[in-house]
Design a binder for this molecule. Structure first.
Ligand code: GAL
Length: 643
């Protein structure tokens, strides 16, 4: 597959006289893709039923005539102001019961039936008009579902829809089986029993914590609402167009199940802002934030590349928005080191991206993102990303295609597990996402390429090592498949710790077939009370007391078993720090016959079908076992035999 580049363009922001010049410059640079339209509703429909599509017809024609392929976005993330006059209750409501007002974007509740109808209407108009347009080569639904905390809404519309959702989930006779719900949730506790589904409210504004089963049901419902909203659009587009459909996901947005939306899309795309993420959502220590301020976290982008490869159908994924220079929205907004835009682009290709598009073509001199860089400055002079994209273009034309390759290691990521950890963290600062990311980092530091897999996976053939840390609910058939797989398996902490309705199962977890380990007690640890292990490393944050006759793999200094195994299954009863995960995973790799390395901080690699890519996220040149890389350097080598 040919790797391609693109950009995000807003013709409605610029005088028409600029369009053809812009299109010609994009084409000259070698760009293939231009995404447009995703925020343009107020110009497509300036007033109720007042349609103005001519300008979009022209823009598509101008871009297409220059040889560019257009990705057309549906504008449903930015309903125009008049929409609120028509549907005053369409806004999402926050946990404090306050509506989230007009004046930025994503101001809608996924459950509002009137707004959903409006979305169907505008998407139908677009799909009918452009579905067969030869320049429309792909579609994008909405923009960044869930960004700015927009999945969860405590609106009246959500309450109504939640009740209906519960009736379907606890069926029996007419109107659902309320006794089944009461039993599954344990509502006898604190006399929370309901006599009717219509008595059930949303789990906000309760006096103290709501029932975790209630919250989990609401989180599953909220995720399903996103899936249904997205599907309403894909169903319409597919009636009029054969072009592939994608959605641009975000970094560390976990409030909806991306695998479920992905099932209705052809391509997963995501928006990669490495420097913004480092400041905003990686959770790095101040020292690491300083060390990587101009490069981004060495594992965070790669993690999402691997995650979205799993979300995309048949592994199809893109970067739809690549950070081009300083952004405007993080606590601090440094400029990337020279070479980083190129490195980020090649890293995406090494992880299998079909396309990388830079956000945005030209920096806007007005409104919220005035200080967000583009490929061009506001005066149209090329900026960093323009030059580095030109470098990548030159390299792409002289280089062999990047070929896909199954990684030797599989890491399961489950959105519902993230919700379950959030609902009952049992201690401050405990997050499933961080736990999985820590395992991912440790694997990468060992020089391994990783495939992230959804929890619905039922075929693990070819994987020599499989990890399912923190996977709170494990359906029985997944346990069976994991047990039957060939590779080494690492589970825990908290794997199989709850049933599907958030009850603690008896026999006690993990109750894993063939593994004689029981979690008899658990505790969470203050940041200043790590539990040190025999042989180095420590358990931090989360510690379980393990009973049973399985072999002890890791032991605390006080003699308590921390990790135990039987055959190819290992249970880890705590949150290992970096040294512990390195030891434990290194040991499992040895058992699995996988060669490992000990990569210096900042150096990362990724194997493809024929090549090994090296990336130096460090701010200094680096030497490692005969490899020399400048700061922000990228190196391609043939893949070593046996890797
Ligand atoms: C993304 C968004 C873009 C733009 C960008 C700025 O999250 O999709 O529209 O706002 O951030 O970094």
């Amino acid at each position: 597959m040919k790797r391609t580049l693109g950009t995000c363009y807003y013709p409605e922001h610029w005088p028409r006289a600029l369009w053809s010049e812009d299109a010609a410059r994009m084409a000259d640079l070698g760009l293939t893709w231009v995404r447009i339209g995703e925020f343009a509703w107020s110009r497509l429909e300036p007033g109720p039923s007042e349609l103005q599509f001519d300008w979009l017809d022209d823009a598509i024609e101008v871009l297409g005539a220059a040889g560019l392929k257009v990705v057309l976005g549906t504008p449903t993330a930015t309903p125009p102001r008049w929409m609120l006059t028509r549907h005053p209750d369409m806004l999402a409501v926050d946990a404090g019961g306050r509506p989230r007002k007009f004046g930025s974007r994503r101001h809608y509740c996924f459950s509002h039936p009137g707004y959903l109808e409006e979305c169907r209407r505008i998407v139908t108009l677009l799909a009918e008009r452009y579905g067969r347009n030869p320049h429309i080569a792909a579609w994008q639904t909405d923009n960044e579902y869930g960004c700015h905390d927009t999945v969860i809404s405590y609106s009246d519309a959500a309450r109504q829809a939640f009740r209906g959702w519960l009736r379907d989930r606890y069926p029996m006779g007419n109107g659902g089986d309320i006794d089944a719900l009461n039993a599954a949730w344990g509502n006898i506790f604190w006399s929370m029993d309901y006599a009717d589904f219509d008595e059930i409210d949303l789990p906000n504004l309760t006096v103290t914590e709501p029932n975790p089963a209630h919250v989990l049901a609401f989180r599953r419902f909220s995720s399903d609402q996103v899936v249904a909203f997205n599907r309403a659009q894909t169903d319409i587009i597919r009636q009029h167009s054969d072009a592939p459909i994608g959605h641009n996901y975000m970094g560390r947005v976990t409030e909806f199940d991306h695998f479920a939306t992905g099932a209705d899309l052809d391509i997963a795309t995501w928006d990669s802002y490495p420097l913004g993420f480092l400041e905003d959502r990686v959770g790095a220590t101040p020292d690491r934030q300083r060390a990587y301020a101009r490069q981004g976290d060495p594992d965070f982008q790669a993690f999402h590349h691997d995650l979205y490869r799993a979300v995309g159908k048949a592994g199809r994924w893109w970067v739809m928005e690549q950070q081009p220079g300083p952004v405007n929205w993080a606590p601090y907004n440094p400029a990337p080191l020279p070479g980083m835009v190129r490195l980020w682009t090649w890293e995406a290709f090494a992880h299998g991206a079909e396309a990388v598009c830079y956000f945005r073509w030209r920096q806007a001199p007005f409104a919220q993102e005035q200080l967000h860089a583009g490929m061009l400055r506001p005066d149209s002079v090329p900026a960093q990303a323009f030059h580095e994209a030109a470098e990548v273009m030159a390299e792409l034309s002289g280089a062999p295609e990047v070929t896909p390759h199954q990684a030797p290691v599989a890491l399961i990521f489950d959105y519902a597990a993230e919700w379950m950890w959030q609902i009952q963290p049992q201690g401050q600062g405990l997050s499933y996402f961080d736990l999985v990311l820590d395992h991912y980092r440790a694997l990468r530091q060992l020089g391994l390429s990783v495939d992230i897999l959804p929890p619905a996976t039922r075929d693990f053939s070819g994987y020599r090592l499989i990890l399912a840390p923190g996977l709170m609910h494990v359906p029985d058939d997944l346990k069976d498949v994991l047990n039957a797989a060939q590779g080494q398996l690492l589970i825990g902490p908290r794997t199989a710790a709850r049933d599907a309705d958030f009850a603690l199962p008896v026999p006690l977890p993990p109750a894993w077939p063939g593994l004689d380990v029981t979690v008899s007690r658990l505790e969470t640890l203050r940041p200043d009370m790590p539990v040190t292990l025999d042989g180095g490393g420590a358990v931090i944050r989360w510690l379980e007391e393990l009973e049973g006759n399985a072999n002890v793999v890791l032991l605390a200094k006080d003699g308590a078993p921390v990790a135990m195994s039987t055959g190819r299954v290992t249970y880890m009863g705590g949150w290992g720090d970096a040294e512990t995960l390195h030891r434990l995973l290194g040991d499992l790799c040895r058992r699995a016959g996988l060669a490992t390395m000990n990569l210096p901080d900042g150096l990362r690699l990724r194997d493809t079908g024929a090549e090994r890519f090296w990336f130096n996220y460090g701010a200094e040149p680096l030497e490692f076992e005969g490899i020399s890389l400048p700061a922000a350097g990228v190196l391609r080598q043939p893949r070593p035999a046996g890797a």
